[in-house]
Design a protein around this ligand. Structure first.
Ligand SMILES: *[C@@H]1O[C@H](CO)[C@@H](O)[C@H](O)[C@H]1NC(C)=O
Ligand SMILES: *[C@@H]1O[C@H](CO)[C@@H](O)[C@H](O)[C@H]1NC(C)=O
Ligand SMILES: *[C@@H]1O[C@H](CO)[C@@H](O)[C@H](O)[C@H]1NC(C)=O
Length: 355
């Protein structure tokens, strides 16, 4: 069943459920949209302790960096018509034993990778592990489970090549990474945040599509072209019976506080609670629409983790001033750990054990 078919099915199932639930209080996990729901305070969270997880980098260690409140670690995601099962490390490990899993993407991908490593460590605190970093590839192995958990840093997914000292972003080429990706059994892709960078933070000088080279182009158009290159490769070359493919949906940021009725310059600073759904005026997320649209045209099974809307509500989940202490300033893009990416991984697990 292609992505679109799954989406249509889900909408039908949810429509049916919301009608019948009113009458019979039906709660069925089979017919349920896990992505529609609300955040509920739950004192039994978090799933692990930031002081004990050996994989956590300082940038996400908000409590260790002095963040005084802990509420952000204690919300659980409650879908409207069913429950998202609590994280169960044994169940996850049964599914991934002997497998290689790779997150490919930018630092938000690393955020989710670290969260998953900490969730595994929280479930099996005595499990041995080895870590290694080689260039842009970081690897954690849990020998007891013969499980390899990797993060490959790759902000655009398509290639950037250097030609006559100019860096060219090639929207229709992914040759550079494919072999590494295909050595995995489970791939979770993510790209978005770097597409908007300009000036010194822009790591390319020219952008190329086919034979056309430009100084710049509409970033949304470029993003869509790159995604189409990736999905074309999936359709043409990936044996999805062997390699399961996921996309992390677009992770929202919270830089502009006028969107929730506060002075713009406040950013996400001082926020202690999630929004109620009606409080957020940020509207639809354009890159997420593009991603859904592109994945909708894929013939092979590819699963999108639709984390955008549920994460939009978590204005309280960012490091703000408790991120990387060596960099002055604010971070309203990444997420504190324990925190929101833990829920993304619960959703990943639920999808994985059903596929
Ligand atoms: C998080 O920060 C605290 C305080 O600096 C530190 O004790 C702890 O070891 C840190 N956790 C990790 C995983 O580095
Ligand atoms: C461990 O997993 C790899 C695949 O990732 C497999 O080739 C190997 O045979 C497994 N080893 C054991 C001892 O199960
Ligand atoms: C912040 O959001 C408001 C309301 O949506 C918008 O009018 C304004 O242009 C935004 N500011 C920036 C810098 O994007």
């Amino acid at each position: 069943m292609g992505y679109r078919a799954v989406a249509v099915f889900t909408i039908l199932a949810v429509t049916f459920l919301s009608v019948s639930a009113k009458h019979a209080h039906v709660k069925s996990n089979k017919l349920c949209n896990l992505y529609e729901g609300e955040w509920v305070f739950d004192n039994s969270y978090p799933l692990y302790d930031s002081n004990k997880c050996p994989f956590l980098i300082q940038q996400f260690n908000c409590s260790g960096n002095g963040r005084p409140d802990r509420g952000y670690q204690k919300y659980r995601w409650q879908p409207h018509n069913c429950n998202l099962p609590r994280w169960n490390g044994e169940e996850f490990m049964r599914r991934v034993r002997g497998k290689r899993m790779m997150f490919v993407g930018d630092s938000i991908s690393m955020n989710q990778w670290q969260s998953l490593a900490c969730m595994i460590h929280g479930a099996f605190p005595r499990a041995a592990h080895t870590t290694r970093r080689l260039g842009l590839l970081s690897t954690i192995v849990f020998p007891q489970f013969n499980f390899t958990l990797m993060y490959s840093r790759n902000a655009f997914l398509v290639d950037i090549t250097k030609e006559k000292s100019r860096r060219v972003l090639k929207l229709n080429k992914i040759g550079g990474s494919v072999k590494q990706w295909l050595s995995s059994d489970i791939l979770i892709f993510d790209t978005w945040h770097w597409w908007l960078h300009t000036g010194r933070k822009q790591p390319w000088d020219l952008v190329q599509y086919g034979k056309v080279r430009l100084k710049d182009m509409d970033r949304m158009v470029a993003y869509e072209k790159a995604l189409r290159t990736l999905t074309r490769w999936i359709d043409q070359s990936v044996n999805t019976k062997r390699v399961k493919i996921f996309f992390q949906g677009v992770s929202p940021d919270h830089w502009n506080a006028t969107q929730w009725g506060k002075p713009e310059l406040q950013r996400c600073s001082g926020e202690r609670q999630p929004f109620r759904p009606e409080m957020y005026g940020g509207g639809r997320n354009l890159p997420e629409s593009i991603l859904e649209n592109v994945l909708g045209a894929v013939r092979k099974p590819v699963h999108l983790l639709k984390i955008t809307a549920l994460s939009q509500l978590r204005v309280d989940g960012h490091p703000s001033i408790y991120g990387n202490p060596r960099k002055i300033g604010m971070d309203c893009t990444h997420w504190c750990l324990p925190g929101i990416p833990d829920v993304w991984n619960q959703l990943l697990k639920e999808t994985l054990i059903r596929s």
